[in-house]
Design a binder for this molecule. Sequence first.
Ligand SMILES: *[C@@H]1O[C@H](CO)[C@@H](O)[C@H](O)[C@H]1NC(C)=O
Ligand SMILES: *[C@@H]1O[C@H](CO)[C@@H](O)[C@H](O)[C@H]1NC(C)=O
Ligand SMILES: *[C@@H]1O[C@H](CO)[C@@H](O)[C@H](O)[C@H]1NC(C)=O
Ligand SMILES: *[C@@H]1O[C@H](CO)[C@@H](O)[C@H](O)[C@H]1NC(C)=O
Length: 395
Amino acid sequence: MASLLVVVICATLIVDLKATSEGEATGEITQDLKDLLHTSMINIVSLNDLVTELTQRVSKLTLLQTDLQTEIKDLKILFKETDAKLRQGANNTQLRVEELKLSLTETNKKSEERAITTQLAMEELKLSLTETNKESEKRANSTKLAMEELKLSVIETNKESEERANTTKLVMEEFQRDLVEVREGLTRLQPRDGGWTEFGDWSGCSAKCGGGTQTRTRTCNNPAPANRGADCVGQEEDTRECNTDLCELYNVYITCDNYLTLYIDGTEMRPEGLMQWNILSTFQIPSSTTTIAVKCSDHNGGRRDACGIIGAVQDSQGRDIAVTDSSWRCFDSWESGWQLPNFTERDHWKQAEDQGGSHPMLVSQNGGWKDIPSTNKRVIWGSTGSGTVYCRKTI
Ligand SMILES: *[C@@H]1O[C@H](CO)[C@@H](O)[C@H](O)[C@H]1NC(C)=O
Ligand SMILES: *[C@@H]1O[C@H](CO)[C@@H](O)[C@H](O)[C@H]1NC(C)=O
Ligand SMILES: *[C@@H]1O[C@H](CO)[C@@H](O)[C@H](O)[C@H]1NC(C)=O
Ligand SMILES: *[C@@H]1O[C@H](CO)[C@@H](O)[C@H](O)[C@H]1NC(C)=O
């Protein structure tokens, strides 16, 4: 076909060339034509080859067609067989599906059964779990109880320990006390010589003048002798003289209505004429004197009433040391030691009654009437039913 087409195209070209280029271009055209012819010739040879080839191909195609028809027949057979197989296969598949369905049903049933079994098992498990829980609780309870018992026992043990500690402490303390006692006992058994304390203060002097004494003492208890240890060596009491200056002498003037007894520092004085109401007793006492005690009885004419006392003590310069006044103390009965300097006057001793500065009597001495020199003297009375009064004065 292609070679035919080339021939047609060449012919047409030749006609066109004839029509357009007559004249001066004739030489070129001839050359072109020659070339064209040459080419066409070549093309014709090619076309022939082509036709030959085409013919060969057609025969080949015819053979191929036959082959194809055969093949188609084969294919049809194959198809039929395949179809049957497929159908069989489908049937088989269906059977299988049914089998599968059956088996599935079976399986379901079994599953259900298993599920039930599982549920039952679960319930059993639950029950057993509950049981287990209860047991656990019981165990927990008993553990708790055991713990509490343990705690109690620990507390008990602690108490016991404390008690033992206490007892031990007590025993230790007793032991220590015993030890101290033993030590003290040992110390007690050691012979110990006595030792003096320091001397105490000096006591007051026994006299204001004319030489008195005073003492001081010490004690053998520093320490006291023990376990046949030696006594203290030396005197317990130390004595020395004091107020050694000579005493001044005081003048005493005194009388009483109407019988007088006089004590100077506890010692009864019996100067001449002392006893009479109308006699003025005059005498001297040392300035160390502390107590003047006067007993006065009024037995005048059998009357027993008040007694009057009047007197004075003066120093050598005529100065009053003491006069009868209300500072004297009186009582109407004899009491043991009343005349002594250390007598303690109790409440029933009363102050002397001051009866004024004068007394109707002036006393005479050795025939001459005299008065007591002090202007401060008073007449003192001790009212009494017994007719006797006791009066004291501390100077
Ligand atoms: C397939 O099964 C159908 C019905 O079940 C039956 O009629 C048919 O003959 C079976 N075909 C073969 C190829 O077994
Ligand atoms: C455990 O103790 C509790 C409280 O004391 C009590 O209520 C419970 O019943 C006890 N449980 C058992 C299993 O004994
Ligand atoms: C131990 O002694 C202390 C102090 O004296 C006391 O308080 C405690 O009660 C004692 N303990 C016992 C268990 O006797
Ligand atoms: C008072 O002194 C006298 C002697 O002067 C004496 O015998 C008597 O024991 C003393 N009484 C008292 C309590 O001191």
